[in-house]
Structures are given as structure tokens and as C-alpha cells.
Design a protein around this ligand. Sequence first.
Ligand SMILES: [Zn+2]
Length: 372
Amino acid sequence: MGLVGTGIPGRPFSALPVPIRRPLQTTHSLKKPIMTAPDELADFVRRLPKAELHLHIEGSLEPEMTFAKAAKHGIRLPYPSVDALRAAYDFRNLQSFLDLYYAGVEVLRDEEDFHDLTLAYLARAHADGVVHAEIFFDPQSHTARGIPFATLMTGLLSGIRAGRENFGISCFLILCFLRHLDADDAMRTLRAALPWKQHIIGVGLDSSELGHPPSNFADVFACARLEGFIPVAHAGEEGPPAYIHEALDILKAARIDHGVRAEEDPALCERLARERIPLTVCPLSNVKLAVFKQLAEHNLRRLLQAGLCITLNSDDPAYFGGYLGENYLATALALDLGEAELRLLARNSIEASFLPAGDKARWFQQLDRIHT
Ligand SMILES: [Zn+2]
């Protein structure tokens, strides 16, 4: 990905890593050329009330916090500096990213660490105009290291409370099972989560996709549904459309995380559009993990135009070069998205959330009041 800054003379834009093809212009679906400069675009995107629905809290661990927590716990990191660690984020694919990701979480050990991690993300999301977040957490990454489930939960919940008090942002938790581990491990994790179930809205499936189809987790998802958890699943990122079918038909997923490979199966796309099953798409992640060579080649706009409920998200923002606002801006510039499409993405994110209907209606009204 070619990384360049952009801006207009005397008003430098941020150092956002945006592959610029040409200035933002009108689009087919945009009736008038409202936004011509990136800072106007950034301001408009920030003001749109948005939900983030695909965010791994462990993936918001910034190198600065990694070093601070390592110092606190007396952990020696295999990198001499924050910059050296950041430079190591040169992934070739999902697996090479995951190797670093799992190494990073080693520094998260007590309640305060999980509190700080959660609050730091919510502060950053709030700055981008996120009004509601549904965040994934990976208990197995922590319990396997001897961190008690209760330590993790109390830290996450206190971070969420602080986010609500400080920024007015609402936040739900979605427990993700690591699909590279077996279904028995997932079932043990589900049992450990039951005492906390009133604090966890759903269950998901993440980690290495290829070779680990959703059907491997049919039983644990069936149990989770009986316990009242809403099922979602990563599918169709590196894996084939068949994995999306399995997530829908076997796991009964209410949302598909990523799902961009649905485009290879027109009947599946029609079904996703007809049944209004949202996809939580993460464009900067997709480029960083080589799902698409560059952002300009991303299929988000085509999927949106095909009538799918597409939402935009940041996935693992500390590792993939941008939080939600940066994903909106970079994608808008690379795909020439206009005001109408950006509004639609924000609206879809509220619609696709698990917020109560009354809250959704309130955010829809607020969205309609936002003018360029
Ligand atoms: Zn993800």
C-alpha cells in the first residue's frame, strides 16, 4: 500500500496512511459535489453518529501501551523500542499477524491492564464519532496464560463503565472463540462465561480461518444460543463463501464478520441482501492482510451498491494502520464514496448493532440532523 499524506496548502491533513488516487469528487449516487477537501470530509465523517461492530479489544493494544505494561510487569520484550515493534507489523497474511498479536497480549495480566486497554479504545473511538461499540474479546488468549476469567471480565467491564461515564459511549461485549483451538476448548470457555452472561451480548468466532470451518463449532454455538447469546462469526475473509453459508445455516449467525468473499457467490449475495444480514467489513485490515492488494480494489462499494447491509469497521486498529475514522476516510478517498454512501454506512452500522430499537431510532434521528 502506498502511504502518503495529503492536504490542502496551509491546512495539512493528518499523517493518515491513505492511498490517494485522485481528489474526492462527486459519485454516481451523490447528487451534489459537497465535499472537495479531505479536512471537510474528515469533519463530516467525525460528526456522523456511528457504531463500530468489528473490533478486537486485544487488537487495539498500541506499542506504547505494550511497552508500558511490559515495564510494569517486568517483562522483557524482544524489541528494543516502540518504533522497532511498530516496524515489525509487516504482515504477509492473517497467520503472520496472529503470531505477533498473540505475543502482544502477554503483557495484559491484571484488571487494570484490561481496564486501560478498553478505556483507551473507547476514548479513541469517541474522538472518531463512535457512539456505540460492540467489541470482541478472546478469553482463551488469556485463560491459557493463567489469567482468571474474572480478572479479564472485571477489567473490561470497569473500562466500559469509565467509557460511558467519560464519553457517553455505549459498549457491548462479544466473546470470541479461537477457531484454531478445538471445539472442546470453546465449550469450556462458554461454561466459564456463563456466570457473566448478563454482561456479554453475543459469541463470535475468530482467528485463523482457513481449515477451521464454522461447522466445527456447531455444538458450542447451539449451546450459546440456548443460553441467550447472539451468534456472529468471522467468515469469508480468507475462507470461501461456503464458510459464510455454514456460519448462517449452522451457527445461525446474525452478522457475518468480514464476508467480503461472498461476492464470489451471487446467490449468497442475493440472500444476504434479501435477509438484511449485515457484513462487518474492515477495509484497512483487508489491505494489510492482503485480502485485497490495495484499497482502490476493495469490493465494499460494489457490495453496498448490490444492496447488502455493509458496515465499516477497524478490526485490529493498532496493527492495521487506523481506527474507525481512518477507515472511513481512507475508503472514501480510495473508492470515491460520497456523502450518501458515507451516511448509508453510518446508518447501516446503527441498524446492524444489537442496540434496542428505541436507541437505534434516536441515532437515526441524530444522523438525519447532520448536515455537511
Ligand atoms: Zn476480526
